[in-house]
Write a protein that binds this ligand. Structure first.
Ligand SMILES: *[C@@H]1O[C@H](CO)[C@@H](O)[C@H](O)[C@H]1NC(C)=O
Ligand SMILES: *[C@@H]1O[C@H](CO)[C@@H](O)[C@H](O)[C@H]1NC(C)=O
Ligand SMILES: *[C@@H]1O[C@H](CO)[C@@H](O)[C@H](O)[C@H]1NC(C)=O
Ligand SMILES: *[C@@H]1O[C@H](CO)[C@@H](O)[C@H](O)[C@H]1NC(C)=O
Ligand SMILES: *[C@@H]1O[C@H](CO)[C@@H](O)[C@H](O)[C@H]1NC(C)=O
Length: 560
């Protein structure tokens, strides 16, 4: 039993048994490899980093929005969920069958008041899944023939407002709220507190999952068309128009580069002096073999076959960086509203706060213009913090946790794991929240990630060094049958591929030992996902380049 503050014992029995859980999931927020985060986000620093635990080796099991979020809600790898690619018909069909019985529903059955607020699954934003007493998901852009602001519109978004009882019966009406000119981070924080108040009134513990679009790319479209961009961004044309577009959806002149979020007016111009830091990997391929997919594409949207980064691109990356910085500040303001609200309600001592992101983000590293979806550390590693009752403060944990482990941990904290209809692929790290965390050897010393979209199909194992608690190496296997091995202990920016066509003895030994393991893990279920397959396991599950099927909602498909 973790240490429970005395005050808790005075609360109603159900609250004393089950802690409140708030899970804030940012969008496209990297793991702070530019080391700029804590200066930008004071509430994150004070309340979650200094005031809680930082899991420094946290990774995405799949570094892109929809697959990352579905796997998290189900607590299973994408290869078991079936939603492997954003807004593809087979992925949407697979999630349609599962979405009513996820972590929200299990927590509800364990006695929680559950609420979901913010971005939902790509291509499925018209849906209202079961399992949540309150559904405040941001909507799709076309509903019953009506055009709406949707999810990717920071100032003119549309949001479901629907309430349900324990049995899933709709209470009142299912409404769509249109947020003309109000920034997402302004209302998602307030709504979080509203849901907390409702839980308190019901004498229930709460599980609130709040998932703002911030700091993902999106528009500033206000409610007035004439206000569209002119007032907001005098540089819009310079920023957004690409002089040499060869886009995947056949765009002509005017291709929009989608890396930039829309910050609030409070912070939008506060970071104009900043430039995108150019790390050693910026605009540079690693030496050793460059996998075909990376060499050919050079950037995630195929806008420039030559890869990045020329002066024009570097300039736009600076814009993206400034706006991402300002948006991170907005996110921190939202976090501050929530944490201060919990203090005021005297709930901070009974609430676990989890903070992470769905995937990371690169901005010129490895010559990729901007985006995610790749096995590099920029994309798979994530920020992850937990603060809560009785937790140590200001400590770090080296365990290579994933979102699937967060699901398993929240389910354990809430007594909800028994309600999951399938085995969970993650491992609870509840023991690591105490003052005597398990050693890597007792828990798990590796993480596994996967990605299944055409040439960008890969599997990735990352191992943590037991002595230092730092990443030891990362092994990427591509469907082009190419390998990358980076000794991250000496090569944190992943600049020397010691695998590839001309491997060093170390690189060769990693490929020989772990390629079969990627094949086993790429089909694992439950507990088997948390044990490294023994050496010499025969190859049973090779990696062909996966065709994820037909793309739905092409107008928003780029918004992954
Ligand atoms: C999921 O729940 C919604 C709303 O309660 C319902 O309309 C839908 O049919 C359910 N889907 C499945 C696959 O059960
Ligand atoms: C804002 O949203 C409303 C409907 O939701 C729409 O009619 C209007 O055109 C939108 N404005 C902009 C600038 O997108
Ligand atoms: C992005 O940043 C630039 C300045 O750095 C600013 O002028 C512009 O308004 C921002 N764009 C958006 C979409 O917020
Ligand atoms: C990779 O190797 C397998 C055999 O191990 C082969 O079937 C497959 O065609 C190869 N893929 C590519 C893209 O060369
Ligand atoms: C590989 O890249 C690293 C970092 O850029 C550099 O220090 C090193 O000398 C390179 N090695 C070779 C063999 O080119």
């Amino acid at each position: 039993m973790p240490c429970v503050p005395f005050a808790l014992l005075l609360l109603p029995a159900v609250v004393a048994r089950a802690p409140n859980i708030l899970f804030v999931l940012a969008d496209d927020l990297d793991f702070d490899y530019k080391q700029d985060r804590k200066a930008i986000m004071p509430h994150l620093r004070e309340r979650l980093a200094d005031g809680g635990l930082e899991f420094v080796n946290h990774v995405a099991v799949v570094p892109v929005c929809g697959p990352s979020r579905t796997s998290l809600l189900a607590g299973r790898y994408p290869h078991n969920v079936g939603y492997v690619a954003n807004a593809r018909a087979p992925s949407v069909a697979a999630w349609s069958k599962l979405q009513n019985d996820t972590l929200g529903r299990w927590m509800q059955r364990a006695g929680y008041h559950t609420a979901f607020l913010g971005k939902y699954i790509n291509g499925m934003e018209c849906d209202v899944p079961a399992g949540w007493h309150h559904w405040g998901g941001l909507t799709c852009t076309r509903l019953h023939g009506e055009r709406l602001g949707g999810t990717y519109n920071y100032l003119n978004a549309s949001q479901w407002r629907a309430n349900f009882d324990d049995a899933g019966m709709l209470l009142g009406e299912k409404q769509v709220k249109i947020w003309g000119n109000v920034h997402q981070t302004a209302y998602l924080g307030e709504q979080t507190l509203e849901q907390v108040e409702i839980a308190v009134a019901k004498r229930r513990p709460f599980f609130v999952h709040v998932t703002p679009l911030t700091v993902h790319g999106g528009t500033c479209e206000g409610p007035q068309p004439e206000e569209k961009y002119a007032f907001w961004d005098p540089y819009w044309e310079r920023y957004n128009y690409d002089p040499t577009p060869v886009g995947p959806y056949g765009e002509g002149k005017g291709t929009v580069l989608t890396g930039s979020p829309c910050p609030t007016r409070t912070h939008a111009w506060s970071y104009n002096a900043l430039r995108n830091p150019h790390l050693p990997s910026w605009a540079a391929f690693a030496n050793g073999t460059v996998p075909k997919h990376i060499a050919a594409e050079g950037n995630p949207h195929g806008l420039h076959a030559r890869g990045c980064c020329d002066a024009w691109e570097a300039d736009r990356q600076d814009f993206v960086y400034r706006n991402r910085t300002a948006a991170a500040r907005d996110l921190d303001d939202m976090l501050g509203v929530i944490l201060k609200g919990l203090d005021k309600m005297r709930l901070s001592d009974s609430t676990f706060v989890f903070f992470s992101s769905d995937n990371g983000f690169h901005l010129g590293e490895h010559r990729m213009l901007f985006g995610k979806t790749k096995p590099y550390a920029t994309d798979v590693r994530l920020p992850m913090y937990v603060a809560g009752p009785g937790l140590p403060r200001g400590e770090t944990r080296p365990l290579p946790t994933t979102h699937l482990d967060i699901t398993a941990t929240i389910a354990e904290l809430g007594g909800a794991a028994k309600h999951a209809p399938h085995p969970l692929d993650g491992l609870s790290f509840k023991a690591a929240l105490g003052s005597a965390p398990p050693a890597l050897s007792e828990w798990r010393d590796f993480s596994f990630s996967e990605f299944y979209v055409n040439d960008n199909t890969w599997r990735n194992i990352r191992l943590i060094d037991h002595a230092t608690g730092q990443p030891a190496w990362a092994f990427h296997w591509w469907c082009s049958n190419q390998s990358e091995v980076y000794r991250e202990a000496d090569d944190p920016f992943q600049m020397a591929n010691v695998g590839g066509d001309d491997p060093t003895p170390f690189g060769r030994s990693i490929v020989r030992r772990y390629l079969p393991a990627t094949e086993v893990l790429g089909a694992c279920v439950g507990g088997a996902c948390n044990r490294m397959p023994p050496a010499g396991t025969p190859s049973a599950n090779p990696l062909p380049c996966h065709d994820p099927g037909e793309l739905l909602h092409v107008d928003e498909a780029w918004m992954d």
